[in-house]
Structures are given as structure tokens and as C-alpha cells.
Design a binder for this molecule. Structure first.
Ligand SMILES: NC(=O)c1ccc[n+]([C@@H]2O[C@H](COP(=O)([O-])OP(=O)(O)OC[C@H]3O[C@@H](n4cnc5c(N)ncnc54)[C@H](O)[C@@H]3O)[C@@H](O)[C@H]2O)c1
Length: 316
């Protein structure tokens, strides 16, 4: 099978490429290298095409030459997207449309990477795929990433309904693993770097906001189950199963690294300006994925141990 992975030079894409190549699959990557890095893929002997998903002709050619498309390309994360709003929405709409149009024309299947960010402010015990989105005002740029992902979901579902395009959507919750950069505010690589350096662990607000963290190897098991499943037009939550507050996470990483770093509390407004709003709680209900046979193998502690060992080895 020949996979085309857009955004394949990024964190999730690099791990997915490695796994697929190890299984003897063929992989081509389309990435404009804005946040992705080509070096690791070159080491894996992957076929990297440097280009943008908004390039319609290029996308059509690459889709025609592949069997399955995994669409990961995106300006990732609330904080990056809020400063690159035009590009974020352009990639979400034009890039996804190019891929869906080509997948329809050439009759290829496509997996769309969405995000738990689409649930917005919803803070119930755990969210299911059927729950509502509750986004803040458009004057708050921190909702831009959520809107971009909702555009991708709606467009994909419309292609499924109106054109019969074979789509599946994976809603990733926080994914963690080695090679994840700390450059764009991702909390786990940030805390690990800070703890290993002995600098303060920066916790936003009082740290009582809660999340789950899915380890990359488990998440890729989920992606494999979804892509292999029979039903199209389906959405799956894809995330960790242990809820933890950000303060507890900071303390856990401090303890696992035996770090003497202090904890520093920073108000959102001081870090990101008054335009910033975030959800208090984000926990997935993963029953639908479990029905496909999903069974995560890594506890949060074990996942963090792997990541800390990797950071220590790379000295970053
Ligand atoms: N990592 C997470 O915790 C998480 C959570 C929710 C959703 N997701 C989704 O998973 C996908 C992958 O995320 P990631 O963590 O690997 O992020 P990442 O930033 O590491 O990877 C994104 C990749 O897309 C590339 N890219 C950006 N714009 C592009 C364009 N116009 N054309 C081609 N390539 C482009 C970047 O260079 C990068 O390599 C994204 O769609 C993201 O929204 C990730």
C-alpha cells in the first residue's frame, strides 16, 4: 500500500511514517516544513516532497499516485494558530478541499486529523463524538484553531454525504511522545525541558485545568484501527485515558526527573494577552474506538518515562 501523508514531517507524521515503513508500506510525504523537519525522514529513507497542500495541481498528482491519504498538515496548536490566522484557515479550507477533491476524483480513501479543540469550552466528565461544540467569541483569536478544524470536519463530512468520498475523522486529544518540539507551547516537552534544565516549570493560571495525554504509540494503534475499519463518514475520539491537572502533571514530571525546579504560576493574560481563552477540562470518551479493538498500552507514567529518557539522551 502506498500512503500519502500530508504534514508527515511533523511530530505525529514522523512516527507514523516510521511505523508504516517498518511494516513494509510505501510512504510519500507532502510537507512545507514550516514546523516539520525533514532530517529524520531522510534518515528513514522516506520520500519527501516539499510543498504546500494549497497547491492544487501538486496535491492532485500526489493523490493520484497513492492508495491512501492521511491528512495531518496544519498550523498546529491554539497559540501558533492565533498568530497565523489567515494561513491557518487557508490551509484548513483550501488544503483540505484540494485533498478531498482529488480523493473523490481518483477514488482514494482519506483520514482527516481533527482535534479535541473542536469541543471548545465544553467541560463535562468526558466528551463523546456526538457532543456539541461550544466555541467562544470570534473576537478571541484563541478559537481560530478550533474553527479551522471544524471547517475540515464539516467539509469532509459534506464530501462524504454529497460525493460519496471515503473519509474517516480522528479527533486527536493531546498526543505526547519523543520528537515533539517544545517550541510552540506544548506542555509536556516544555515541562520536561524546564525540569531537566532546573528552570521553573511554567504553569498557566492555577494549574487546576485538566487534560489527558495519549502516548504516540497508542495513538498510532488507534489510527491503524480507524483506517482499517469498514465504515466511512465516521468520527473517532483518539486520546489518553488518565485525567490529570496541569499542576499535577508538573509535579509528576518534577518527581520523575528528580528536578529541584520551582513551579511558577503565570496568568493567561500575562502570557498570551487578553485575547486568550481556553477550556478547563478536556477528557475524551474513547468507547467508539475501543469497539474497534483499541486498547492503550502506555500509562501516563510510562509514557513520561519514555519521553524523559529520550530528552536526556538528546540533551534537549
Ligand atoms: N499533537 C497533538 O497533540 C495534536 C492534538 C490534536 C490534533 N492534532 C492534529 O494532528 C495533526 C498533526 O499534528 P502534529 O502534532 O504532528 O503537528 P506538527 O506541527 O508537528 O505537524 C504538522 C506538519 O504540517 C506541516 N504543514 C503545515 N502547513 C502545511 C502546509 N500548508 N502544507 C504542507 N505541510 C504543512 C508542518 O511543516 C508540520 O510538519 C495536525 O492536523 C493537528 O491539528 C495534533
Amino acid at each position: 500500500m502506498h500512503y500519502l501523508i500530508t504534514g508527515g514531517a511533523g511530530f505525529i507524521g514522523t512516527h507514523l511514517t516510521k511505523r508504516l515503513l517498518e511494516k513494509g508500506q510505501q510512504v510519500s510525504i507532502l510537507d512545507n516544513l514550516t514546523t516539520g523537519r525533514a532530517e529524520r525522514l531522510t534518515e528513514l529513507n522516506a520520500n519527501v516532497i516539499v510543498g504546500c497542500v494549497t497547491d492544487r495541481e501538486l496535491v492532485s498528482r500526489l493523490v493520484a499516485a497513492s492508495d491512501y491519504i492521511i491528512h495531518l498538515a496544519c498550523i498546529v496548536g491554539v497559540r501558533l494558530a492565533m498568530h497565523k490566522g489567515i494561513e491557518t484557515l487557508k490551509i484548513s479550507y483550501l488544503g483540505t478541499e484540494n485533498l478531498l477533491e482529488a480523493a473523490t476524483l481518483h477514488q482514494k480513501e482519506i483520514f482527516i486529523a481533527s482535534s479535541s479543540a473542536i469541543y471548545g469550552k465544553i467541560s463535562q466528565l468526558s466528551v463523546t463524538e456526538k457532543d456539541d461544540s461550544l466555541l467562544g467569541a470570534s473576537s478571541k483569536a484563541s478559537w481560530l484553531y478550533s474553527v479551522g478544524k471544524l471547517v475540515e470536519e464539516h467539509l469532509s463530512l459534506a464530501y462524504f454525504r454529497e460525493r460519496g468520498t471515503k473519509i474517516k475523522i480522528g479527533r486527536f486529544f493531546n498526543v505526547i511522545g519523543c520528537y515533539q518540539t517544545d517550541s510552540y507551547g506544548m506542555v509536556v516537552p516544555n515541562f520536561v525541558r524546564q525540569a531537566l534544565k532546573g528552570s521553573p516549570l511554567t504553569v498557566y493560571e492555577d494549574g487546576s485545568q485538566t487534560r489527558t495525554f495519549g502516548y504516540i504509540e497508542d495513538i498510532l494503534d488507534g489510527v491503524e484501527l480507524i483506517t482499517a475499519s469498514g465504515a466511512h463518514g465516521q468520527i473517532y475520539n483518539l486520546g489518553g485515558f488518565e485525567e490529570i491537572s496541569i499542576l499535577e502533571l508538573a509535579l509528576k514530571i518534577k518527581s520523575l526527573t528528580s528536578s529541584a525546579s520551582p513551579i511558577e504560576f503565570i496568568p493567561y493574560a500575562a502570557a498570551f494577552g487578553s485575547n486568550f481563552e481556553e477550556t478547563r477540562k478536556r477528557v475524551p470518551n474513547i468507547s467508539r474506538l475501543r469497539q474497534l479493538g483499541y486498547s492503550p498500552r502506555y500509562s501516563l507514567d510510562n509514557a513520561l518515562r519514555e519521553i524523559i529518557a529520550h530528552h536526556t539522551l538528546c540533551k534537549n
